[in-house]
Write a protein that binds this ligand. Structure first.
Ligand code: SF4
Length: 279
């Protein structure tokens, strides 16, 4: 039986969303940066936000990457239960990455973790990182989230004592305080609570894809606490250390409380495409 999505559909769509994600930011992130600039009381912080917004505008007009660190490439793929693929999806995504690396171009960031040899094309063992989920329908949705090292390196995970639920907020704040200006604030903070060691980390990363402007009461209150730290845009002080906090939870073992904090810089890049749906 012929598939409803072709190898080439995936390759060119992946190259396309990579171009979009590297050269422009989602509207909700830009809106959050504009709002932050309008509300900032510090002139230096306002200047930093103005420079960031100008940088985004130039990148988008000239079709060039927003940041020289074009990141390591993380993919989230939702596969419809009725989607028919008669090719290797992983190979198609990797080919899209190779193409985008050459054409945009992207900085080759992927290296062997021990020898530090660079593959030169952002492809290597386990990279691009692809996480699959099954959904309804016959389409597939591919989301890419390029992740720079400056913010990823400041992310952390802790196995808390299960009775220490009150420590979660403190752990998030400590992580942000320790990171200071290194992750290029204003940051977006993804918090994964529960699951297992690796599930908590994945939840925290998924949380970064949430709409920047939509937060519940808990997320807003953690955001307020973070912004009261005064780290400010690029660590130069100000009211805006973070643009958003997003929390995702999963049930965990009764004897565990994993908490992961994944920090994202102001360049909260991600883009998606849906293929084959309804065909
Ligand atoms: S942390 Fe983000 S903005 Fe800063 S250098 Fe890395 S990718 Fe660029």
């Amino acid at each position: 039986m012929q598939g409803n999505i072709s190898y080439d559909d995936v390759v060119f769509s992946v190259a396309d969303i990579l171009k979009r994600s590297e050269t422009s930011l989602p509207h909700d992130v830009i809106n959050a940066l504009r709002t932050a600039k309008a509300n900032e009381s510090s002139p230096v912080a306002r200047e930093q936000l103005e420079a960031i917004l100008k940088n985004i505008d130039i990148a988008s007009r000239k079709n060039i990457p927003i940041c020289q660190d074009t990141g390591i490439l993380i993919f989230f793929v939702d596969i419809g239960r009725e989607a028919r693929l008669d090719f290797n999806l992983e190979e198609a995504i990797a080919e899209g990455v190779r193409l985008a690396t050459e054409k945009i171009p992207l900085r080759p960031n992927a290296v062997d973790p021990i020898s530090r040899n660079n593959s030169g094309n952002n492809i290597g063992d386990g990279i691009p990182d692809i996480k699959y989920d099954l959904t309804e329908g016959n389409g597939i949705k591919i989301t890419v989230a390029p992740k720079g090292a400056g913010s990823e390196n400041m992310s952390t995970l802790k196995m808390l004592n299960p009775t220490e639920t009150g420590e979660i907020r403190r752990f998030v704040l400590e992580t942000v305080l320790k990171a200071g200006g290194k992750p290029c604030p204003p940051i977006v903070v993804g918090v994964g609570i529960g699951g297992s060691f690796d599930k908590a980390a994945r939840l925290a990363k998924l949380a970064l894809l949430e709409d920047t402007g939509k937060m519940d009461e808990l997320e807003r209150s953690i955001l307020d606490d973070i912004n009261s730290l005064g780290i400010g845009p690029m660590g130069l002080g100000g009211d805006t250390t973070a643009l958003a906090v997003h929390v995702k939870k999963a049930f965990c073992h009764t004897a565990s409380l994993p908490v992961a904090v994944n920090i994202q810089c102001w360049a909260n890049r991600h883009a998606s495409v849906t293929l084959g749906d309804g065909e």
